[in-house]
Design a binder for this molecule. Structure first.
Ligand SMILES: Nc1nc2c(c(=O)[nH]1)N[C@H]1C(S)=C(S)[C@@H](COP(=O)(O)O)O[C@H]1N2
Ligand SMILES: [Mo]
Length: 437
């Protein structure tokens, strides 16, 4: 008898995961960040046994009964194929072959949480408000969601969100944090109002430098006085046409884990700028100094350093536009084809605030490169689709590498770019394995 069956674990795996998800993501925590007893009791019922030390159970943690099973623990509103990197806070990335759509479906957009999202039951779009204030705001003003929708013109843009730490896993010495491989990126459409229209309605003083955001998620410690994350962007990015206060993704409510009912979307910048569960924006007369804006967070050395270097805070610069990058989304790595066949490949390329002018592929580890077909972007800050048909000279093992070049002529590095202490901005070429028989 297999070991697992002997100890009866299979029965745990068969219990109702959907109900468990509801309990875990809808449950409130006490002051110390542990699940309240009602939720623990409900979880015990599902597991078919009481959670004996339940009073120590951290809110948001997925029981190992599900987390370690082969069955995907699907997050609410998310595809079961997402890879969960961390369950408290929830961080999940999308494997490359699941990012094949030109417009990323909502259930396939990665999730990066720094804290515990607001409880589903506590979000009422009817009463949700956004307040704009700060030293450089002419006054303080509060809008309901209905105000935003009706007072300002609505816009839809396709915008790329990529976590600044996407690709962190490859850096050596390793950087702390979620070990993202390639999947902390996606490009859905977003509907909302221009941030600049709202800022102008409030009134922006001449000395405005930066905006900062505040969301309704709670700190992992359970301390409600602590801010999870409060980042922002300089006024020029805030005032860009494509910078949105969005309430829809792909024409439907934004999934809870991606910031329902309201979030900021700054395409092409580290996604950490795009505040979720947004309820307050501050217009600052200095660089915003909220949580994860200062120190070493979302910053890289202002000038390159040798791997492993300790860099003082003053020599770290805030990441703004993201670098040129691409991803092969078809075929899935490990594809096998017949010698007589051509291999179709496709994927997407993006480059922060600029466009992609070429994508090339190589089947000889970068010695020679061939052009891919490249489509135009739907709008500024949207990724561009590429494709090609590859003929292989003989049977054997190959790697297909893709390399994008942006409008300024900057191309992706074939291997790792500059090491930095927190492991940001890895835009190395993506590669897949192909066997020709
Ligand atoms: N309120 C809030 N906003 C947030 C975060 C968060 O933890 N809380 N994480 C940020 C980071 S680091 C990233 S990469 C993106 C991830 O967006 P997504 O989860 O919708 O993919 O949200 C950003 N906005
Ligand atoms: Mo991020």
């Amino acid at each position: 008898m297999p070991e697992n069956k002997k100890i009866g674990l299979h029965t745990l795996y068969q219990t109702d995961k959907t109900k468990a998800e509801k309990i875990l993501l809808g449950a409130s925590a006490n002051r110390r960040g542990f699940l309240k007893s009602g939720a623990i009791a409900a979880l015990g019922t599902l597991l078919g046994a009481p959670v004996v030390f339940g009073k120590n159970y951290p809110s948001g943690l997925i029981p190992a009964a599900w987390a370690d099973s082969d069955l995907p623990f699907s997050l609410p509103g998310k595809n079961g194929g997402l890879v969960i990197l961390n369950d408290r806070p929830i961080n999940a990335e999308t494997p490359p072959h699941l990012l094949d759509d030109k417009i990323t479906p909502a259930d396939l957009l990665f999730v990066r949480n720094n804290g515990i999202p607001p409880e589903a039951g506590s979000i009422d779009p009817q009463t949700w408000t956004l307040t704009v204030e700060g030293e450089s705001a002419a006054r303080s003003k509060t809008y309901t969601l209905a105000d935003l929708k009706s007072k300002f013109k609505n816009y839809t843009y396709q915008l790329t969100l990529e976590c600044g730490g996407n690709g962190r896993k490859e850096f050596n010495p390793p950087a702390k944090g979620n070990q993202w491989t390639t999947g902390a990126v996606g490009c859905p459409t977003w509907t909302g109002v221009r941030l600049k229209d709202v800022l102008n309605d409030v009134g922006v003083k001449n000395d405005a430098v930066y905006i900062g955001y505040y969301g309704k998620d709670t700190h992992l410690s359970g301390d409600t006085a602590k801010t999870v994350i409060s980042r922002g962007v300089p006024m020029v990015k805030a005032m860009q046409d494509e910078s949105l206060l969005a309430w829809q993704m792909n024409g439907a409510d934004i999934p809870l884990l991606n910031g329902h009912p309201l979030r900021l979307v700054f395409g092409g910048w580290p996604a950490s700028c795009s505040g979720k569960w947004l309820h307050k924006i501050v217009i600052r007369n200095r660089v915003h100094d909220g949580s994860k804006m200062t120190g070493q967070s979302y910053r890289v050395p202002c000038t390159p350093v040798a791997p492993g270097t300790k860099v003082p805070d003053e020599e770290m610069c805030i990441i703004e536009t993201m670098p040129v990058k691409s991803l092969i989304t078809f075929p899935k790595t490990g594809a096998t084809i017949k010698r007589s066949q051509k291999l179709p490949i496709r994927g997407h390329a993006w480059a922060g605030d600029t466009s992609i002018k070429a994508v090339d592929y190589s089947i000889d580890f970068g010695a020679t490169w061939q052009k891919c077909n490249l489509e135009a972007a739907a709008n500024l800050n949207a990724w561009q689709h590429f494709s090609a048909q590859i003929t292989f000279p003989q049977s054997g093992y190959y790697e297909v590498w893709a390399r994008a070049t942006d409008a300024a002529g900057t191309a992706q590095p074939m291997l790792l770019p500059g090491w930095n202490p927190r492991g940001y901005l890895n835009n190395a070429c993506h590669r897949i394995a192909v066997k020709v028989q």
